[in-house]
Design a protein around this ligand. Structure first.
Ligand SMILES: [Zn+2]
Length: 48
């Protein structure tokens, strides 16, 4: 397995993406930074 590391655009904290992304329903994915509580919705992971 390969974890993708994402960097929070707000605080530059780095975490494995698997720990940050919350999948809701089938397509809506929300990124939330535990450090600064920054949230970003509708991350593009796939086409469509
Ligand atoms: Zn952050």
């Amino acid at each position: 397995m390969s974890d993708i590391t994402v960097i929070c655009p707000n605080c530059q904290d780095q975490k494995p993406i698997s720990n940050l992304l919350t999948a809701q329903s089938n397509q809506n994915i929300i990124y939330k930074c535990e450090k600064c509580q920054y949230e970003k919705k509708n991350i593009q992971t796939k086409k469509g």
